[in-house]
Design a protein around this ligand. Structure first.
Ligand code: NAP
Length: 258
């Protein structure tokens, strides 16, 4: 039988529960939005906190009781080791929060080391996909579980200065949508989070006008997540997505200078 064609709203399911007593993997936990998510989630959950900066993760372990799993997500063998560690020690994992990313200004009229390309794609695109692939067997054994992938308005309308970042987020967005379709008859909910311009280290090369605080963004994400919407668009990102839909040339004209 041909499966029905579902749009995102049809797939929205009421999860009906807050995030409590769960084991949650969150990448990019050492600073920015990921740090604020980690602090808030650690109150009622076991949080496995991933980033490179061991000192920051250890401080978070001391202050908030999270489990620090320092990992360089640009390194495939480290990502594999991370997944094996989780499978062995936390088989009750029920949330994968793919939040880590980097954003590099790359001018294709100038020289830059091609390793930069590899690193950006590994961190922003390959590692979230690999984490999904490796963790789905654990997630599907839970009565209710989540994959949360963080993208950006730049996934639908690019900023000229960060072409690889835009491309990585566009690819992650489509990956997330297709994964949601594949998993729609399982216990795993797949959510895309689109934060607004936020006052963090990411994109610090660029002037950020009226940026939201990371704490506020994390609070909004966690408020909306239990509602089960397939896409959570926060603050001014909502305006960006609305412009993309109805006035794409206006958004394009704004971002072409960015
Ligand atoms: N800030 C914004 O304006 C904005 C807007 C739209 C979307 N977003 C998205 O929101 C998410 C969070 O962004 P943010 O602004 O909070 O970024 P951020 O403050 O720069 O934090 C990025 C996090 O990713 C980690 N990370 C970077 N490279 C890594 C690597 N190789 N291995 C492991 N971890 C790595 C960093 O930790 P270490 O340095 O310790 O490794 C850090 O914890 C990202 O997906 C971003 O694309 C942000």
């Amino acid at each position: 039988m041909t499966p029905p064609i579902l749009d995102d709203d049809d797939i929205a399911l009421s999860l009906g529960k807050d995030m409590k007593n769960k084991t949650i993997l969150i990448t990019g936990a050492s600073q920015g939005i990921g740090l604020e998510l980690t602090k808030q989630l650690s109150v009622h959950n076991t949080v496995l906190a991933v980033a490179r900066d061991q000192t920051r993760l250890q401080a978070l372990a001391n202050s908030h009781g999270v489990i620090a799993l320092p990992t360089d997500l640009s390194n495939r063998s480290r990502v594999k080791a991370l997944t094996l560690n989780i499978k062995t020690h936390w088989p009750d994992l029920s949330v994968v929060f793919n939040n880590a990313a980097i954003q590099q200004p790359l001018n294709f009229l100038q020289f830059w080391e091609s390793t930069k390309l590899d690193t950006e794609l590994e961190v922003n695109l390959h590692s979230p996909i690999r984490l999904c692939q490796a963790m789905i067997p654990l997630l599907s054994s839970q009565p209710e579980s989540w994959i949360v992938n963080t993208t950006s308005v730049l996934a639908v309308c690019p900023k000229q200065s960060t072409p690889v970042y835009n491309a990585s987020k566009a690819a992650l967005r489509l990956f997330t949508q297709a994964l949601r379709y594949q998993l729609r008859h399982t216990s795993i909910r797949v959510c895309e989070v689109i934060p607004p311009v936020t006052n963090t280290a990411l994109g610090a090369h660029h002037e950020k006008q009226s940026a939201a605080s990371a704490e506020w963004v994390a609070t909004q994400i966690l408020k909306q997540l239990p509602k089960g919407k397939p896409q959570i668009t926060i603050g001014q990102a909502r305006l960006g997505m609305t412009l993309h839909r109805w006035l794409p040339s206006l958004l394009h004209n704004m971002l072409i200078k960015g």
